[in-house]
Structures are given as structure tokens and as C-alpha cells.
Design a protein around this ligand. Structure first.
Ligand SMILES: [Zn+2]
Ligand SMILES: [Zn+2]
Length: 284
């Protein structure tokens, strides 16, 4: 059986215009999932939006303040939870978990504690989407662009990301899962050659070691196939649990790539937990 999809966005995420919780449930059932978690964005970080990019930013242009920073809209927790209840009634055969994806939770102690107190979320993802360069936050989607922060070499941009991920993991922020450690790879500029995974092994291992020490799980995010080395390092550094997430922003992407991801996790010794909605864990 496929693992639960623990990272799905719907119409309740500000950047998921094609999202639909109800249709994502239908898609999960069709794909053979026993459980799904809806982990909507909770973002506080205001990213730089370079003037060159603003011309192409049709969808989100209204979110850019006069100082060229994007202000993510708040999460409507009440509306989201009502939608969860409607879906649970409509799809009783599917285990539907609540969730939230916290952007840079170690930078926003009070707002994070506030939203977690309101929501009682089953799945809490900790995500690093941006790094600070020269006092500004740059989202990784733009950090490699020619209008991005200067003058970081692309390798140093990934290194900065992993250093910040380490700070996030070392913080007491209340997340259970480190999401998409390979987020920089999504945006890596191929003009710079292959992604420098081997050259940054030590930086990856430092994040994974701290994550294992904190008792949290590592996400196998299937937006890109995760490099098997990362899962091997996770095991070697003491990691015990993995969570699978498609990071779908539209129903069709739910459980995308899950058969291959599950097979890779099994090859590294991970097995489904006691309940179908549990994280996968290593068995000796
Ligand atoms: Zn994310
Ligand atoms: Zn996400």
C-alpha cells in the first residue's frame, strides 16, 4: 500500500489557485491512498520581489508592497477546518488529517505558537523557503536568478540554505517534519552544472544529524525524486522516520511519484507504521 500523502495544498493555500480539497480527496482514493494530510501554507516572511520579476507576476502582483516585498496573505484556519469537516463527511473511507506548512517557523515564534494553538494540527511541516541575504529575505525560487541577491555563487546559495535549515532544525520550533530539504534543487540553475550534492554532503549531514537528534521526521518530497544519497545519509545519521509528501498544489498531483518513493524508502529499511496514516519507520 502507498504511504499517506502528508503534504498537500488546496484552495486554502494562498498560492494554490488550482487547489481543491474535495477533489484532492477523490484523487487520493482513486490513487489508493488510505490517508491524506492537508498542509496549508502559514507564511509570515516577506520576500523581496525584484522589480524585474514584478512585470511577470500577474497572479500575485496585488500582494507586493511598495517596498518591493511580497506579503503572503493569512491562513483562514476557521474556514479550512470547516472544509476538513465537510470532506470527512463526504469521504468517510479516507483518513483525512489536518496540517499546516510553517514557513521559516524559527523566525516567528509568537505567530507560530498562536496558529498551532488555534488549529490542533495532526501534521506540522517545517519549511525553509527563503534565506536572508544582506538583511533581506530571498525566496529560493528567485535566489539563483540574474536579478537575485548578489554576488553569491550558486553553490554558496545552497550552502546558505542548508546553514539556515540547520538553524531551523536546531530551534525549538514546534514542527514534526522537515519538508523538502531538496527545495534548492527545484530552482538550481543548470547553467551552473549538476546540483552540488556530493560537494555539500557535510552540510546535508549536519542538518540530518540535528533533525534525527530532535526526534523529527524527514520528508521525502516527490516534487523532484529525492536523491537516494540523502536517504542513506538520513539513516547513517540516526534518522528513524520518513514522511511522504507530493507538495501538490492541484488535485492531479496528489501522490505523484509515490510508488518510486516508497520503493526507495523500503530499500533503505523503512516500513509502514502500525496505522496506515503513521509515518514510515525503520525496523531493525
Ligand atoms: Zn514548501
Ligand atoms: Zn508545500
Amino acid at each position: 500500500m502507498l504511504p499517506p500523502d502528508n503534504h498537500v495544498h488546496t484552495e486554502w493555500s494562498w498560492d494554490a489557485r488550482a487547489g481543491s480539497m474535495a477533489r484532492s480527496c477523490a484523487r487520493a482514493i482513486a490513487a489508493g491512498l488510505a490517508a491524506i494530510a492537508f498542509t496549508e501554507h502559514f507564511d509570515i516572511t516577506r520576500w523581496v520581489v525584484a522589480p524585474k520579476l514584478q512585470a511577470t507576476l500577474r497572479v500575485h502582483a496585488h500582494l507586493v508592497d511598495k517596498d518591493d516585498h511580497l506579503r503572503p496573505p493569512p491562513l483562514d484556519v476557521g474556514g479550512y477546518l470547516e472544509c476538513i469537516e465537510r470532506c470527512r463527511e463526504q469521504y468517510p473511507q479516507l483518513r483525512i488529517l489536518t496540517g499546516v506548512e510553517l514557513g521559516e517557523p524559527h523566525w516567528f515564534d509568537t505567530p507560530v505558537q498562536r496558529v498551532l494553538a488555534v488549529g490542533e494540527f495532526d501534521r506540522v511541516l517545517g519549511s525553509l523557503h527563503s534565506i536572508r541575504v544582506g538583511g533581506d529575505a530571498w525566496i529560493m525560487d528567485e535566489a539563483f536568478a540574474d536579478y537575485g541577491p548578489d554576488p553569491l555563487h550558486p553553490h554558496d546559495t545552497v550552502r546558505a540554505y542548508l546553514h539556515e535549515a540547520l538553524r531551523m532544525v536546531e530551534s525549538p520550533a514546534a514542527f514534526q517534519v522537515l519538508a523538502h530539504i531538496d527545495y534548492p534543487a527545484r530552482h538550481w540553475p543548470h547553467r551552473a552544472g549538476p546540483f552540488p550534492l556530493a560537494a555539500l554532503e557535510d552540510e546535508h549531514r549536519a542538518v540530518l544529524r540535528a533533525l534525527a537528534g530532535s526526534g523529527r521526521a524527514l520528508e521525502v518530497n516527490t516534487r523532484l525524486p529525492l536523491a537516494p544519497e540523502v536517504l542513506r545519509w538520513w539513516v547513517e545519521e540516526g534518522g528513524e522516520a520518513v514522511s511522504f509528501g507530493s507538495d501538490a498544489h492541484a488535485p492531479a498531483a496528489v501522490a505523484h511519484g509515490f510508488a518510486a518513493a516508497a520503493a526507495m524508502a523500503e530499500a533503505h529499511g523503512f516500513r509502514r507504521g502500525r496505522h496506515p496514516h503513521d509515518f514510515w519507520v525503520r525496523r531493525g
